[in-house]
Ligand binder design. Sequence first.
Ligand code: PLP
Length: 392
Amino acid sequence: MAQSSTSRSATRATPVPLLDLSRQYAFIREEVLAAIERVCSSQHYILGEEVEALERELAAFCGAAHAVGCASGTDALWLALSAVGVGPGDHVITTPLSFFASASAIVRAGGRPVFVDVDPHTLNLDPAQVEKGLRAGTSTHLRAVLPVHLYGQCADMDAFQRLADEFQLALVEDAAQAIGASWNKRRAGSMGLTAAFSFYPSKNLSAYGDAGIVTTNHSDFAERMRRLRSHGSPKRYLHEELGWNCRLDAIQGAVLRVKLPYVEKWNRQRRERATNYDRLLTQSGLTAATGDRPVRVLASEPRAHHVFHQYVIRVQRRDDLRQFLAERKIGTEVYYPIPLHRQPVFAYLGYREGDLPEAERAAREVLALPMFPELTDDEQQWVVESVAEFYS
Ligand SMILES: Cc1ncc(COP(=O)(O)O)c(C=O)c1O
């Protein structure tokens, strides 16, 4: 692992991006170009054999019976929620610390998001808080619960399953950031009634454009989603309900089929990079367990197999640190600076500052460091040295 000081100083002169997809492309270029050529030669661009094959392969990968390809993770969420029956007037519990689509898809399906606070250790939706709200009976019209597997770590699906059973709620996974992750040895995508994945280019399994998929063990939900993604049409020019056009295209399907066999390896490399960050941060003294240390590492739950879509730390003076790192051309990002209950578009829901304090605190403190399978030891060392220098 040790690298020479010559190579380390060479790295220092170069930027460390948050994500560098060109390194992955160099590795799979020939296979990807052959797959795209295969689609172009077939002249079959929407759904078809490539998408059907991806659906089979992805379902097997997740341990689910069915997968339904669609145009994005946002569409996948809308399909997943609609299929389990979320519609006008239905309330859906979800987390305030997620990408906007987790909540907007609820509204698109006709429902109303009910935000519940996050666990401060993992930043995933907190089942204890959800249970408290359910027992207090504060929300009527509850139809579903939508935990998000944030940053690649599954939410506590045992607890959510128990609550869903007791309170008769549909359990839907937002697995957009968690392909290959698992909870208690069950893969993301196999635990909820339906589960939505995104293949946005930055994801652990990523397309060359927008793409998504929904998994389910229920053939009736799968059938319904196949209709909904094609204008509610069971056969050409017959429309039984109002759907939408959110089909997956064959080029994305073919690219994803090239990449899927590598996901386990890439996730393993991400986990190694995360362990390396943990070690470097500890060695630097930035994260000592006691005292007022400037950096805190998020908890990895022992029951979770975390795939580190992001490596996120909580820090003091976050925005100044981010600026300092940017001046060194070290890429960082904030997931997410405004919790969903404080987004202007959701003002009508009536939440106020202070209603969900853990999510609000996290939004002020979180910082994602560079994370991708090909990140080098030297680059990580330079990132951590730079963080240490900022706080020295
Ligand atoms: C948690 C989460 N949900 C939903 C989405 C939406 O996916 P997409 O951007 O593919 O529409 C994303 C990704 O951006 C996400 O991170």
